[in-house]
Design a protein around this ligand. Structure first.
Ligand SMILES: [Mg+2]
Length: 334
């Protein structure tokens, strides 16, 4: 059935049925009135983020299952919420829908979102649906709740702080290669790369664990690639950074797939993008202890990449011990 056969009112009713099982607490209002009503606990702050995905730019409609696309549209927002050390609470979804799109496609998008939302106790509270003569557009807003004293910002790093990530990099870019080209590789590496690209796990649990330590000085999530993203922390913290090539955590799937394709795996880790790991600066004195606890809790250590410096710019010590200045080669929208 096409959405144009049932109209907007019926479409919203069907969406509400998918969203409804996770009911809002008493006193809150979700889908159905002119606006949603939410609140946060006393002493907490509301953290709001929005990400928009456009068909043809962020995804190819016939290459992604709609439930996966729904999941990822929400996961990229949850990743930003994690980057602030907040907990996701309220979700608003606006869709611009090509008129010939199938009803089932739209409902699957929501089912994918609800799978992820339920896992973290967040609720879809409203949004908007419009018809469009153009491509499918998915615009998601997420509001999260955070303790003001435990917020992660990009601006808090100091020279000497250690730079690390919550996990290895480059698997998502490798997964994109697998989707767009015919590449032979180990089955388990294939599974991990596709998983990283199609269903990235927002690092919400990791962020909650790390923020409770009080040792994180700055953070952001890695969406555009390490080299581009790290410049944000450098600029906002008025620092430079020294990276060590032999410590860049290249995901094993990125190594395997890049080599198969004749690319340098390091490039995928530095500039591939869409990793959705957190990039963090941490006070050096507590790092080892924190990393050990992190290993116990999450089954892998924090990945140490280098340290923040007083002078500007990104410098990498390569395998031969030589220092070179780097600039990012990530995706540009404009
Ligand atoms: Mg971000």
């Amino acid at each position: 059935m096409k959405i144009k056969e049932i109209g907007e009112k019926q479409l919203i009713k069907k969406i509400a049925e998918i969203v409804a099982p996770a009911a809002l607490p008493a006193g809150f209002l979700g889908i159905g009135d002119d606006a949603a009503v939410n609140s946060v606990a006393q002493g907490n702050v509301l953290v709001t983020t929005k990400d928009m995905l456009v068909e043809g730019i962020h995804f190819i409609r016939n290459m992604a299952a709609p439930a996966d696309l729904g999941y990822k549209s929400l996961a990229v927002n949850f990743s930003d919420i994690a980057a602030m050390a907040a907990k996701p609470r309220y979700i608003f979804v606006a869709l611009a829908l090509p008129k010939d799109i199938d009803l089932e496609y739209v409902l699957e998008l929501y089912r994918g979102m609800v799978q992820l939302a339920d896992r973290y106790g967040a609720v879809i509270c409203g949004g908007d649906t419009v018809g469009t003569p153009g491509p499918l557009v998915i615009s998601v807003t997420v509001q999260g709740e955070a303790n003001q004293d435990e917020l992660f910002l990009r601006s808090g790093a100091s020279p000497g702080d250690l730079l690390c990530t919550t996990g290895p990099l480059g698997a998502s870019a490798a997964g994109l290669f697998l989707l767009t080209e015919n590449i032979c590789c180990d089955e388990e590496m294939r599974r991990q790369a596709l998983q990283a690209h199609v269903r990235p796990v927002p690092r919400l649990d990791e962020a909650a664990f790390l923020s409770a330590s009080g040792l994180v000085t700055a953070a952001m999530d890695l969406s555009d690639g390490l080299l581009k993203d790290v410049t944000e922390i450098c600029e906002q913290s008025a620092c430079g950074v020294l990276l060590r090539e032999n410590q860049i955590p290249v995901h094993p799937a990125a190594v395997c797939i890049a080599q198969e394709k004749g690319e340098n795996p390091l490039d995928l880790a530095l500039s591939g993008g869409e990793d959705y790991e957190l990039l963090l600066t941490i006070k050096p004195e507590g790092f080892q202890c924190l990393s050990d606890d992190y290993l116990t809790r999450f089954g892998q250590p924090l990945c140490l990449l280098g340290e923040m410096t007083a002078s500007g710019g990104i410098v990498m010590v390569n395998m031969d011990g030589k220092r070179e200045s780097l600039s990012f080669k990530g995706f540009r929208h404009f």
